[in-house]
Design a binder for this molecule. Sequence first.
Ligand code: FAD
Length: 416
Amino acid sequence: MSDTSSNPWPAPPDTPCALPARVEVEVAILGAGIHGAALARELTLRGVSCAVVDRGAVGGGTSQWSSQLLHGGIRYLQTGDIAQMKEGLHERAAWARLAPSRCRWEAFWMPHRGIWEGFTHRVGIGFYDRWGSERPGWPETLALGAVPKAAFFADPRAKGTKFRGAVAYTDLLTHDRDLVRDMLASSTAALLDFHELEGFEEGGGGLSAMKLRDRRDGTARTVAAKRFVFALGPWMDAFMAQWFGEATKRLRLSSGIHLWFDPKGTALEHCERPWAMMRSKGRILFVIPRDGLIQVGTTEREVEEGWVPIVEEERADLFGVLGRIIPGIPWKQLPVAFEELGVRPLVAAKGGTDKLSREAVLETHPRLSNLSLVLGGKLTTARALMDRLATELTGQACPASRTEPLRLWDGQGKAF
Ligand SMILES: Cc1cc2nc3c(=O)[nH]c(=O)nc-3n(C[C@H](O)[C@H](O)[C@H](O)COP(=O)(O)OP(=O)(O)OC[C@H]3O[C@@H](n4cnc5c(N)ncnc54)[C@H](O)[C@@H]3O)c2cc1C
């Protein structure tokens, strides 16, 4: 489960940073979300030194507010983006191998309202599970395909709905922030978390160093590098405007919320399987029992910043959808243990960029020749994207990236 912190940049801890005033590496990475951490691992696997800098903690940004699914994207059955789906399914298998203790295979029930919808779900899910048939660590006890009617109607969520049955498909559940931390722990990167940027040094048509101030105790540090990568998630545009005066909008930002209900003593207490319900425009409503709570999400609202507070309409929209689709549960009376909001970095403009997939782009900065920007992307595809970037930066491919298990971050965090 995610950290409940709603602030991406909380006060720093007391433990001091032991790094010297000047750190010299091959590659400096700004942003310690899933992309920054994944790149640090890729460079380490290739024997290339790097430093990871963040204003806050590792995995303290968008990467802790996801739906926590490593998936092919069942919604692409509706939008028809099969290439994207296949890439996600391929990567899902890699995660199951790399991080078995942070991943759990689940059978998601997708309910349907009638024979025709049930038939189309069976066909679509049949393809989804066939394309995703590589499932390391698969528990044979998990049942896929048509859900027995008795089991479906025994679930309290089925009561009072128009649903006539369900088809089960599989995906991986994870703990997103722990996954980011494990990625970083699987690298030898110099970590400069809780460091505020104070400026850049330029030379030879590119960047040469970042000037930083440790937020713990005010110590000044410099990170000098040959290559720079910014992996700032939804903060990229605001950052490039602030530091380089750029007006270009590379991203579209869309917020999504999750509500976490406490099911103890309620009708939802004995729900076992996650449900995924198709909404309009390829959106999915998830209701996922996990970690003793019920996670419900998500929504989409265009926003202007990398993190924004939840607005009342967003919450009301989610309650409205829940009430319409699953009317038998008194959602408004259930205790909300906590709520969280994340901002999706979606790629806006593709001109002049090296397009790798529909949702993720690597851009070489047009003026600063040794600067790469990571735009968009998902948890699921972050390893693959950073594998490609590391190969591009170092000229070395690394097949071990898909198989070398992750190290656990100080043995802490949540495991399945
Ligand atoms: C609601 C929601 C649900 C999602 N569900 C899923 C899902 O189920 N599966 C999936 O695969 N993907 C999902 N995603 C997408 C995924 O979570 C994100 O695309 C991914 O986490 C982005 O990672 P990132 O490393 O690019 O950005 P981030 O995790 O945001 O990392 C950027 C880092 O940059 C740092 N930073 C920002 N500004 C500065 C600065 N000035 N100086 C220093 N550091 C700075 C931040 O502190 C942060 O740590 C979801 C996203 C949302 C919003």
